[in-house]
Design a binder for this molecule. Structure first.
Ligand code: MG
Length: 301
């Protein structure tokens, strides 16, 4: 429990008194994009500046899953269990088919190149929602310097007819995103104003209209300080677990900070996995951590 800080009593039953933060592996450059494959009992995650996707298992530790990865960042799985990923280098969202082939799903909007898709979620109807800030084309470190051709939009891609819809064009660098368990809300982290505490809006929340894809009622949900929230995940009770500069913040659906899991370095992204999706895997700068909690992840591909 030493790693967990109880701020609201509602956090106490969500964590374990006898579970500690575990360092699984270290020596990477910048970790992102964790996704759990329950059928293979493995975690895939990105080491972006090293241009590779890594694989962790409890028995084998870390091995290379794909290198080069075209500077892969965020990952998820679609309803068929296939890996869906964001590529900084490819400026695209791709799907790894069950035979191993990689299909480019989308790399343009109205004829213009995407910036560098960052993070992605798949809705229960199979549509793919992703953010497209320019972080992967601003430096050679995380992809390659390129001119931006489009605003940093939030998109919805429908693989059934290959249609692409702009969901929001007014978020200052949309980044991590996550549905509430009932898919009536969408949380989005806004990382573009991180150097201006007066205007930094942190995590936004939208209601999803009855048509299943129109965003409405935009609200400021939570401001993660220090640092800023990047990747986010919901547990099955609807609490939001957000990466932050000092670890992980757990936020109730009403926006109240319930508690924190402290880490020695900033966390960029996280996911639930392992037994019953009750273990949190943390991509924390150059280190991969995990901690068992008494809560289960909502997204189970
Ligand atoms: Mg991100």
């Amino acid at each position: 429990m030493n790693d967990c800080e109880i701020i609201d009593p509602r956090f106490r039953p969500l964590v374990l008194a006898n579970a500690a933060l575990e360092k699984l592996a270290e020596g990477f450059r910048w970790l992102e994009g964790p996704v759990w494959f329950a059928d293979q009992q493995c975690l895939l995650f990105s080491d972006i500046p090293n241009d590779r996707i890594l694989r962790w298992t409890a028995s084998g530790g870390v091995s290379v899953f794909r290198e080069p990865s075209r500077f892969a960042n965020g990952h998820t799985r679609d309803r068929g269990g296939r890996l869906v990923g964001c590529l900084h280098g490819g400026r695209s969202v791709v799907r790894t088919e069950l035979d191993g082939c990689i299909t480019t799903l989308v790399d343009r909007c109205r004829g213009k190149r995407l910036n560098s898709p960052n993070d992605v979620v798949v809705k229960s109807d199979g549509t793919i929602w992703f953010s497209d800030p320019p972080y992967g084309i601003q430096t050679d470190y995380e992809g390659g310097k390129r001119e931006s051709e489009l605003p940093a939009n939030l998109y919805r891609f429908d693989p059934r007819d290959a249609s692409l819809t702009v969901l929001a064009d007014d978020i200052v660098q949309p980044n991590g995103l996550c549905f509430s368990p009932d898919e009536k809300r969408l949380y989005v982290t806004e990382t573009g104003l991180q150097f201006d505490p007066a205007t930094h809006r942190g995590i936004l929340v939208y209601d999803i209209a009855g048509d299943g894809h129109t965003l409405c009622n935009r609200c400021a949900f939570y401001q993660a300080t220090p640092g800023n929230a990047d990747g986010i995940r919901c547990d099955e009770s609807g609490n939001l677990w957000a990466s932050a500069g000092d670890g992980v913040h757990c936020i109730a659906p009403d926006g109240t900070l319930l508690g924190k899991i402290h880490t020695p370095c900033p966390v960029s992204n996280l996911c639930f996995g392992d037994r019953h999706y009750s273990r949190l895997f943390l991509c924390a700068s150059q280190t991969l951590y995990a901690i068992w909690v008494n809560s289960r992840g909502a997204q189970r591909p």
